[in-house]
Design a binder for this molecule. Structure first.
Ligand SMILES: Cc1cc2nc3c(=O)[nH]c(=O)nc-3n(C[C@H](O)[C@H](O)[C@H](O)COP(=O)(O)OP(=O)(O)OC[C@H]3O[C@@H](n4cnc5c(N)ncnc54)[C@H](O)[C@@H]3O)c2cc1C
Length: 381
């Protein structure tokens, strides 16, 4: 057994919990296109969101390594990629508040997120997701408050979330005006949904959030006015590496099942596992899984140490996450043959996996970031 960098006891505890909750309800939730709020509450009650949060804010005082161990457990035991994607969004929001929130904001929002309310991070609009500088959502000052207007699209948890970190503009600020707002989605003037009909990840309701003259108290602006882009690129780095952690943990049991099937299934008077081309497909998936797992651990280490390579490694982890999920689930489909192509678990897993080529920043955008980071590091040395 490979030595993981994460706590095996925590991983096993959450894997057991997710196996008896998330995994049991995943098919029903997929059919209904809903987030499994019951399992969400169960893992929240078990304390998953508290793991990386200081005691001062209601957490357990651990680190993101502890959260990562528990998250690996949910990904492996729950076997529901969509549910895990919703968790990545929540984890990213918690980190944004920890890094950029004021004490007042941490005290106000974190207890709600830690106890099981659902969060979202809303950047993308119809104008595009890769180039977030094209957003149009904007806020105008109205005495002590801001009035927020705009429309976000394709937001993980958007149709069901209780709160969101929203990227918008403050035009009165001038050219450098992109700013982060924490918004209570139960406030007046907000419309959530409908849930978008995607080809996968139906258990992670994704869709629009519209803001019609929504009142946002000035105390809920996160970070400096005009500093939203830097803040979001920094905090989204955790989401990126968590995709890599997710890819490896989610695919581990898939690949075990593929191997078991290949050893059972006979063709040309021997198990298909004895055919080298089949072995090659399985080992290619294994190479990708292990590379993704360990680059993600490296990215987390760099991020937590504030290493200057952190952004590069987080994008590397995200890039490999999408490609590995696609390869791993496609490998399963191929090895199962026609059984894999039936409307069932293998095909659903591939459909879910394809979403990770886009969500959290496309492969092209990870390449772009990695190249820019390489150039910047070279110039600095
Ligand atoms: C399942 C899912 C969940 C999501 N959840 C969220 C969420 O929680 N919050 C949120 O804000 N958004 C979310 N999104 C939206 C996602 O972030 C965007 O879809 C993504 O950033 C791409 O934006 P786009 O779809 O507008 O494509 P575009 O930006 O229009 O890009 C289209 C194509 O052009 C390529 N491209 C664009 N610019 C360049 C360039 N400079 N160089 C090379 N290629 C380029 C892209 O890589 C892509 O292939 C989610 C998407 C999915 C699929």
């Amino acid at each position: 057994m490979l030595q993981h960098f994460t706590d095996p006891a925590l991983r096993a505890r959450y894997a057991d919990l997710a196996a008896s909750s998330v995994a049991k309800r995943a098919d029903d939730c997929r059919a209904q296109g809903v987030l499994d709020r019951e399992s969400w509450q169960e893992i929240s009650d078990a304390g998953i969101w508290r793991l990386a949060v200081d005691r001062q804010w209601g957490g357990d005082g651990g680190t993101w390594w502890d959260f990562t161990a528990a998250f690996e457990g949910v990904a492996a035991g729950g076997r529901d990629l969509g549910f895990s994607l919703s968790m990545v969004a929540q984890a990213g929001l918690i980190r944004s508040l920890l890094v950029y929130g004021t004490d007042d904001q941490k005290g106000y929002w974190l207890p709600r997120l830690l106890s099981g309310e659902v969060g979202a991070t809303a950047l993308t609009e119809t104008t595009g997701g890769s180039d977030v500088t094209r957003i149009r959502t904007s806020a105008a000052r109205d005495g002590d408050v801001y009035r927020l207007n705009g429309h976000k699209d394709h937001i993980t948890n958007g149709p069901v979330a209780d709160m969101a970190l929203v990227l918008g503009r403050v035009p009165e600020q001038g050219a450098r005006d992109i700013t982060l707002f924490m918004v209570d989605l139960h406030d007046e003037g907000i419309t959530q949904g409908p849930v978008e009909r995607m080809i996968g990840n139906q258990t992670s309701p994704t869709g629009p959030i519209a803001f019609d003259n929504v009142r946002v108290d000035a105390r809920h602006l996160v970070g400096e006015i005009g500093a939203g882009i830097e803040a979001i690129y920094n905090t989204i780095a955790l989401d990126r590496l968590l995709y890599g952690v997710l890819a490896a943990a989610y695919l581990d049991p898939h690949l075990d099942e593929v191997l078991a099937y290949a050893r059972r299934r006979q063709a040309f008077k021997q198990p298909i596992a004895d055919h080298q081309y089949v072995q090659g497909r399985i080992t290619d998936a294994k190479f990708a899984i292990e590379a993704t797992r360990y680059v993600s651990y490296g990215a987390l280490d760099a991020l937590l140490r504030g290493d200057r390579q952190a952004s590069l490694l987080c994008s590397t982890a995200k890039y490999h996450a999408g490609e590995t999920l696609r390869l791993g689930t496609e490998t399963a489909l191929r090895v199962y043959g026609h059984l894999g192509y039936m409307d069932g678990p293998a095909a659903h897993a591939l459909q879910d996996a394809l979403g990770t080529l886009i969500a959290g920043g496309t492969a092209e955008m990870q390449r772009k970031n990695v190249f820019n980071q390489m150039r910047a590091l070279a110039q600095a040395s």
